[in-house]
Design a protein around this ligand. Structure first.
Ligand SMILES: *Cc1c(COP(=O)(O)O)cnc(C)c1O
Length: 491
């Protein structure tokens, strides 16, 4: 299995194709593109039948070995077994089994179709990012030890990504995490999740500024290539290929758990921001998993909904990005979207590059086929099963109330966006699986607004805000940031 860049040109082709281990620790390809498999491995009906009996960890092994062909099978088996255990996914609620890792719960079964929730948020930080990040932690430790290397992960977070990365990397040999967050801007719960970690390889840096200041600092430090190389700086953002591929597994798991024969199809609705999660669904579908529709659900930041309705991709400026009650979907552009556009334009790297150069220069492109547009490939989107919808704060409140009244469970705000949009795309005879991307406890302010009561907290999180916190406060100053990193990497 080899990987190519979505922007590979003849000049960069010499550095392509790559193996899984070559791209594991990196982000963008050197040409600025994203990595994808040169061909998607195909899954047969016989394999699907055999996989129905597997545990989540065994299924993850079977799928990952198709992509990580340069990691010995025995090592991969041990890594997946260690990652997907009920001890890690222990925040299962009443009516769910932790052993299922991503348990399914049927909400509605009627003439209008069957609506099912797949819980992806029972891991250590109560959000779906654990599903991939926990594997990444184990893969990184394995790969670094093999080559006797070190890695210093440097990133910025406004919430879910930072805590998922820290919980995945805590205590891992060869890895340090330097995570910037805007000082006093995260919720008390999210702050406590990150800052209560006492592991010596985790460094929380509260920046006196907003999230954009944190991102600017990451960019400034990463643009200093000699500093970056000397201090072995890397990232774990959502474009990392290993994160995407780890997410492919739960689409298979959801399908196999919701069906009894490979003749049946299911659809998925995915609360989306950077298009990482649903991109994994697209890959599962390309591998031959019988997925009918892939429904992109956005909040008021509807860049993706606009594209899937009109064929126009129009990124927003930071000032035009709304701060919503489903904050992990508050994006101005979708960093994984290039992976799908590459497919849509017939895997043409030159055209992909030109379209995304246009995004940088002019803020977007138009594939609607209208006069003066950049192409007409929007007509082919339906072939890939994509549909979309949008949800607002009022929709979230109404959906959280509805689901609590009708089914007696409290869903989080992102999942509420998913259910609202899923209901607009139900088909009789096709099970609709909504991916639950976080637990309600993480976004309690909105739960309180919707229901008038607090969201239930999983065991162990009751007093998290009272735990001692370990962090430093710093002004948004590049030189000070570099000095801090240098002091703590000792390189
Ligand atoms: C990150 C996140 C999303 C968005 O996922 P993408 O892969 O960026 O599309 C949705 N919901 C929650 C809770 C998240 O943390």
């Amino acid at each position: 299995m080899h990987y190519v860049s979505t922007r590979a040109t003849s000049a960069s082709a010499a550095r392509n194709p790559q193996l899984f281990s070559d791209i594991l620790l990196g982000g963008l390809a050197p040409d600025g593109g994203l990595y994808l498999p040169a061909d998607y491995p195909q899954v047969t009906g016989a394999e699907l039948d055999a996989w129905r009996k597997l545990s989540y960890a065994e299924l993850a092994y079977e799928i990952l070995r198709k992509f990580a062909t340069d990691i010995p099978d025995a090592d991969l088996k041990a890594l997946t077994a260690r990652t997907y255990t009920p001890e890690v996914y222990r925040n299962a609620r009443a009516g769910e089994s932790a052993a299922d890792i991503t348990p399914l719960r049927t909400l509605e079964q009627g003439e209008g179709g069957t609506l099912v929730l797949q819980a992806l948020s029972n891991g250590p930080t109560l959000a779906f990012k654990d599903m991939a990040m926990q594997l990444l932690g184990n893969l990184f430790e394995y790969a670094l030890a093999k080559n006797n290397e070190e890695l210093n992960i440097f990133g910025a977070t406004s919430g879910d990504t930072g805590s998922a990365a820290e919980y995945a990397m805590r205590g891992k040999r060869g890895v340090r995490v330097f995570m910037l967050s805007p000082h006093k801007k995260m919720s008390a719960f999210q702050t406590a999740q990150m800052f209560s970690l006492q592991d010596p390889n985790i460094f929380n840096i509260a920046v006196e500024g907003v999230f954009d200041d944190c991102q600017d600092l990451v960019k400034a430090v990463s643009n200093d290539l000699s500093f970056k190389a000397r201090h072995k700086i890397g990232t774990v953002n959502s474009i990392n290929w290993a994160r995407v591929v780890a997410q492919v597994v739960y689409y298979f798991r959801g399908y196999l758990a919701a069906t009894t024969s490979n003749e049946q199809k299911v659809s998925f609705t995915v609360p989306s921001g950077n298009f990482g999660n649903i991109c994994a669904g697209h890959i599962a579908r390309m591998m031959g998993l019988p997925i009918d529709k892939l429904v992109v659900a956005t909040n008021e930041n509807d860049v993706l909904d606009e594209f899937f309705r009109t064929g126009v991709y129009r990124v927003r400026k930071s000032a035009e990005t709304f701060h919503t009650s489903s904050p992990s979907m508050d994006i101005s552009k979708a960093s994984n979207f290039e992976r799908f556009v590459y497919e849509l334009v017939g895997r043409d790297p030159e055209r992909t590059h030109a379209l995304f150069r246009k995004v940088e220069l002019e803020g977007g492109f138009d594939l609607s086929g209208a006069l003066g547009s950049d192409g007409d490939e929007f007509k082919d989107v339906a072939k890939y099963g994509f549909l979309s919808g949008r949800s607002t704060h009022a929709d979230r409140l109404a959906t959280i109330r509805d689901v609590a009244d009708d089914y007696g469970i409290t869903i989080d705000t992102h999942t509420a966006d998913g259910i609202k949009v899923a209901r607009e795309h139900m088909t009789p005879g096709v099970t609709m699986i909504v991916l639950e991307t976080a637990l309600a406890a993480k976004f309690n302010e909105t739960i309180l607004e919707a229901l008038g009561t607090d969201a239930e907290r999983p065991a162990g999180f009751e007093n998290i805000e009272a735990l001692p916190q370990r962090f430093v406060v710093m002004p948004p100053d590049v030189a000070r940031m570099k000095a801090y990193i240098a002091e703590h990497t000792g390189l």
